[in-house]
Design a binder for this molecule. Structure first.
Ligand code: CA2
Length: 143
């Protein structure tokens, strides 16, 4: 199974600030964690990070016919982007949404997700483990 992992704006800054919310590991550690989780699940993965909404839309469109599943942490675009939700809907690739922090326990503006209605499932508040859960959900149907 070929998985595309998409990380949105500022996730490349992980580990530099706000360790109480996002932990103290950096983005390279997250990528390593994701690669190991995909390996263990018997999947291949490409990891993509962008700070630009249109670039993320382009990447989702380019995934059509090329990937079997998408794991996406849209970061701040979760709460604003109809365009990313529409792109996921258009390609109809099974998608799981991940958030490192529990957005429902944070500021009210983080409570709404445009992506959740087009995702099979959302994991939040599990730190890096949310990505592993998402991978295992797509590869093995685990909850
Ligand atoms: O909890 C998550 O994974 C988020 O998607 C992370 C986003 C945030 O906008 C979402 O509401 C929840 C933020 C990404 C990283 O932001 C940083 C901020 C300071 C230092 C390092 C990263």
């Amino acid at each position: 199974m070929k998985l595309l992992i998409i990380n949105g704006p500022n996730l490349n800054m992980l580990g530099l600030r706000e360790p109480k919310i996002y932990g103290d590991r950096n983005y390279a550690a997250l990528c390593e964690f994701i690669k190991n989780a995909a390996d263990e699940a018997g999947a291949t993965c490409e990891i993509y990070q962008s700070n630009h909404e249109g670039a993320i839309v382009d990447k989702i469109q380019a995934a059509y016919g090329n990937f079997d599943g998408i794991v996406i942490n849209p970061a701040a675009y979760t709460h604003t982007s109809v365009a990313i939700a529409d792109a996921l809907c258009a390609v109809a690739i099974p998608t799981v949404e991940v958030h490192i922090s529990n957005v429902m326990e944070r500021e009210p503006f983080r409570h709404h997700s445009y992506v959740a209605p087009v995702a099979k499932k959302t994991y939040m508040g599990l730190g890096f483990d949310g990505y592993k859960k998402a991978i295992r959900h797509l590869t093995h149907g685990e909850e």
